[in-house]
Design a protein around this ligand. Structure first.
Ligand code: GLN
Length: 513
């Protein structure tokens, strides 16, 4: 029987009852990867042998009657931004092309403790900067629904592999929408947990006050299953919260009750594609028909969200990425060639009689830093470092960075006020359906505007998720975004699960021949 379309929760049942073994299940996914990943390129690396060995050992332990973890035997894909001990973690960058971390990220450890089978590392925009996976140094990922289009980003590989049935579950990271936007574009579910809900230990940092790790899956229940394994306090991450982790699967199955839904006036204005608008409104109508109370609300500062995010995220990035200096980690320029060039320049200047110029040439250390970073970072990463360095520099710090922090507080206050009136906020995840590869790569501003609806959840630290709620006339997926107050992931999951009980958007899969 083909298990590729089964949900992870169903697969767990089959594994537990012995209808299928972990090895048989894994082999189906590996075959699927073999057939389709050549054209989709969701994975940067597939750990075929290691995964098979692990699946075998889980089957053995099961047959001995051992107590197994919550994901025992389920294949899980991990975004290549998460450290895996002894297994390359590239972040989609030439800078870390050969970097093998000496330790596992806490979430990776948790997956292993839950007896999941790590099947591969997924493609992403370099250092998670981007929204199309086109910024990966190792080639683009394609949208399984239409190979000429982007799967979104930066967790494009994570979303595409679930959509294409190349893993039932995957783990991504979200700094400004990088789980939710690709989930929307690929027709799967993605959840950005509240800040502090999931450990960031071993997550390669992009913007530390915004980054969160979270689950992607085909259904709300599967998302709940995975979130429960990922979430929880970690003494190794000082920003991780000591808040108990509920039984998310159980919580997601609770009846919806009287839900108060807020629709953000500012989220249905200019720039919103009409098909996305219609699909989202229809989804909201479904909730209304189920007894929800829907009211319009205003988040007056949301118009500043993009500008605020694109000051704060690059500022933090410029500081976090300072560690890639050719000494501590990863790539270093070819020093022999560099010394040769230095000598040549010096001789040329001396021959030209420019003794001062020869004297003032960068020394070997500075030269090594500069060449290393120039060679190993891609254009978008460089752009962010420049933006961030500028915003943080003396004289501009108050006008940009500090100002952005103040606006961030105002955005947070808007959400606090809204959540006094409503339980959840619903709207589109993205302004448009998935765009064509190449369409925006030369227009960073246009690309940044795709994050219009997603960055606020990161700026405020609340939780939000995207789930499929419709399709365009051309058959491209559309995502509904739901926001809830911090540490109310159960509320998101409950609403999403109810919607999926009553509709079938989450069951549709791309037609891969
Ligand atoms: N697209 C956004 C950016 O480029 C979000 C990225 C993310 O969430 N990692 O910054």
């Amino acid at each position: 029987m083909s298990l590729i379309k089964a949900s992870a929760t169903d697969l767990l049942g089959y594994l537990q009852s012995g209808q299928v073994s972990a090895v048989e299940l894994l082999k189906q996914y590996l075959d699927r990867i073999e057939t389709h990943d050549g054209s989709i390129h969701a994975y940067l690396d597939v750990a075929r042998e290691a995964a098979l060995e692990r699946a075998e050992s889980i089957d053995r332990r099961r047959s001995r009657g051992e107590r197994l973890g919550a994901l025992a035997g389920l294949p899980v894909a991990v975004k290549d931004v998460l450290c895996t001990a002894g297994w390359a973690t590239t972040c989609g960058s030439r800078m870390l092309q050969n970097y093998c971390p000496p330790y596992d990220a806490t979430v990776v450890r948790r997956l292993l403790d839950a007896d999941a089978v790590l099947v591969g590392k997924t493609n992403m925009d370099e250092f998670a900067m981007g929204g199309s996976t086109e910024n990966s140094a190792f080639g683009v990922t394609r949208n399984p629904w239409d190979l000429t289009r982007t799967p979104g980003g930066s967790s494009g590989g994570a979303a595409a592999c679930v959509a294409a049935g190349m893993a039932p579950l995957s783990v991504g990271s979200d700094t400004g929408g990088s789980i939710r936007q690709p989930a929307a574009y690929c027709g799967v579910v993605g959840l950005k947990p509240s800040y502090g809900r999931v450990s960031r230990y071993g997550l390669v940092a992009f913007a530390s006050s915004l980054d969160q790790v979270g689950p992607l899956a085909a259904t709300a229940e599967d998302t709940a299953l995975l979130l429960e394994v990922l979430a929880g306090h970690d003494p190794r991450d000082s920003t991780s919260a000591k808040v108990p982790v509920p039984d998310y699967l159980l919580a997601s199955r609770q009846p919806l009750g009287a839900l108060r839904i807020g629709l953000v006036r500012e989220h249905f204005g200019a720039g919103l594609d009409s098909e996305v608008d219609a699909a989202v409104r229809e989804a909201v109508d479904w909730f209304r028909d189920e007894g929800a109370e829907v009211k319009e609300i205003s988040l007056p500062h949301s118009r500043y969200a993009i500008s605020t995010y694109y000051i704060i995220a690059p500022s933090e990035a410029s500081s976090n990425l300072a560690r890639y200096d050719g000494v501590h980690y990863g790539y270093r320029t070819d020093e022999r060639a560099m010394l040769g060039e230095l000598q040549e320049s010096r001789q040329r200047l001396l021959q030209e009689g420019d003794n001062a110029g020869a004297e003032n040439l960068d020394g070997t250390l500075v030269r090594m830093y500069r060449k290393t970073r120039a060679e190993a970072f891609g254009p978008e990463v460089k752009r962010r470092i420049m933006l961030g360095t500028y915003a943080l520099s003396a004289g501009y710090y108050d006008a940009y960075y500090l100002k952005a922090l103040k606006v961030r507080r105002l955005i947070r206050q808007d959400f606090d006020a809204a959540f006094n009136e409503v339980d959840v906020i619903m709207g589109p995840t993205t302004p448009t359906p998935p765009f064509r590869l190449g369409e925006m790569i030369d227009d960073p501003l246009k690309m940044y505007l795709q994050d219009l609806y997603t960055v606020s959840a990161n700026l405020t630290g609340i939780c939000a998720m995207s789930l499929p709620c419709g399709q365009t006339g051309a058959g491209l997926p559309i995502g509904l975004q739901i926001h809830a107050p911090a540490f109310h992931e159960h509320r998101l999951l409950q609403a999403a699960r109810a919607f999926q009980q009553g509709t079938d958007w989450h069951i549709r899969r791309p037609d891969l021949c």
